[in-house]
Design a protein around this ligand. Structure first.
Ligand SMILES: *[C@@H]1O[C@H](CO)[C@@H](O)[C@H](O)[C@H]1NC(C)=O
Ligand SMILES: *[C@@H]1O[C@H](CO)[C@@H](O)[C@H](O)[C@H]1NC(C)=O
Ligand SMILES: *[C@@H]1O[C@H](CO)[C@@H](O)[C@H](O)[C@H]1NC(C)=O
Ligand SMILES: *[C@@H]1O[C@H](CO)[C@@H](O)[C@H](O)[C@H]1NC(C)=O
Ligand SMILES: *[C@@H]1O[C@H](CO)[C@@H](O)[C@H](O)[C@H]1NC(C)=O
Ligand SMILES: *[C@@H]1O[C@H](CO)[C@@H](O)[C@H](O)[C@H]1NC(C)=O
Length: 333
């Protein structure tokens, strides 16, 4: 084909596709489009949603949304990082019935409660509402969303206690409620997750009381309970047959004898600083390939065992104990 003819053909194709195809190829479900435009209006038409032009196809042209490739229903709504977006989570999010992913993150002026209409989103797998200004409680209705896999409500102003029913979520892989103002006890039901054992992040809250011993039955891969007011024993979280990699209990008022704890070799990071631990550091810890270790500000005594990684940490991992000694602290008398 000669160049002229082919470029003419190209031009014609381009022209016809711009003029005729869009109306025919509007993939967006009209009801979903209507709901999305209501959401945009409810959020005061934020600049971040400027691509949501009613005259073009939401599936192929809009940012922040994704459609299912066969049904063309909206499956994902993601808005991230904009402090000019102000308001509350619009009730209309509950009217996107095929939503699997709802991400509203790093929107500091997104305030108000976790919208109750989210209860209608039965297909939801990812609910990430972190780093906003949300307030109110962690709603119990979340436990009805059986496909929820990632539930992240961290870095908000949530208050009240943790609903024990969250343990009923069979597909939960990660539960992040850290950095809120949650009070009350850790539910004992968190020792009976019905499905996989999720990574559990409850740090930086105002949780009180004892850690339920039922949690000892779970094999958490990552568990962070730091910076609460948890008291009493936590030795049951350890054990030779766990596969825990990251365990952070720092800055609580926990009180147990570290000498009696058995450490799994899977541990990579262990933070116990600022508690009331007694006893000494067991020799077995030299067998664990720790990358992070901190037992400072406790009531430990005796010689720091020599070997493994234990001398690779600086003295701040050990300082402010009752009578710990030996490298990297001053030698024992
Ligand atoms: C949004 O939040 C920031 C702080 O994160 C604040 O400085 C700003 O004034 C807020 N904007 C509006 C419109 O409220
Ligand atoms: C939950 O997920 C499974 C597997 O991905 C799927 O078969 C099922 O239809 C989902 N249920 C809902 C309500 O989305
Ligand atoms: C939480 O609420 C306090 C006032 O109670 C406010 O000063 C703070 O900015 C809020 N934090 C967030 C992340 O919105
Ligand atoms: C090790 O795990 C088994 C089953 O998972 C459990 O019955 C047993 O009590 C555990 N042993 C210890 C020392 O935790
Ligand atoms: C251990 O924790 C203490 C108290 O928070 C801190 O001052 C110190 O820097 C930490 N050291 C390491 C190595 O993390
Ligand atoms: C920790 O080490 C620094 C130097 O690395 C030293 O100045 C300091 O006195 C030591 N502190 C303790 C408690 O051993």
């Amino acid at each position: 084909m000669d160049l002229k003819l082919s470029s003419l053909l190209c031009f014609t194709l381009l022209l016809s596709s711009t003029i005729f195809i869009p109306a025919l190829s509007e993939l967006c479900n009209p009801q979903d489009k209507k709901v999305l435009l209501e959401i945009k209006a409810a959020l005061n038409n934020p600049y971040i949603l400027i691509s949501w032009n009613p005259d073009v196809d939401c599936c192929t042209t809009w940012n922040n949304v994704e459609c299912d490739p066969t049904t063309n229903r909206i499956t994902s709504l993601t808005v991230f990082g904009d402090n000019r977006l102000t308001g509350q989570i619009p009730a209309q999010v509950g009217d996107l019935p095929y939503l699997e992913t709802l991400v509203l993150r790093k929107l500091p002026n997104l305030t108000g409660p976790i919208q109750p209409s989210i209860a209608k989103l039965k297909h939801l797998k990812w609910l990430r509402l972190s780093w906003n200004g949300l307030s109110g409680s962690v709603p119990g209705f979340l436990s009805q969303l059986k496909n929820l896999t990632f539930l992240e409500l961290n870095f908000n102003n949530l208050t009240g206690s943790i609903p024990s029913s969250l343990s009923q979520l069979p597909n939960l892989a990660s539960l992040r409620l850290d950095r809120n103002k949650l009070t009350g006890h850790i539910p004992s039901s968190f020792g009976q997750f019905v499905g996989v054992v999720p990574d559990l992040y409850l740090s930086h809250n105002q949780l009180t009381g004892k850690i339920p011993t039922s949690l000892g039955k779970m094999d958490f891969n990552r568990i962070d309970l730091s910076r609460n007011q948890l008291e009493g024993d936590a030795s049951f979280l350890f054990g030779l047959n766990k596969t825990t990699e990251i365990l952070d209990l720092s800055r609580n008022i926990l009180e147990f004898d570290l000498s009696k704890v058995e450490f799994t070799k899977s541990l990579i990071s262990l933070d116990l600083n600022h508690n009331m631990l007694t006893g000494s550091i067991p020799d077995e810890l030299t067998q664990v390939k720790l990358q992070f270790f901190n037992v400072s500000y406790n009531r430990l005594c005796g010689q720091i065992p020599v070997g493994g990684k234990l001398q690779s940490f600086d003295n701040t991992s050990y300082f402010h104990n009752q009578c710990l000694c030996g490298t990297p602290l001053p030698s024992c008398k």
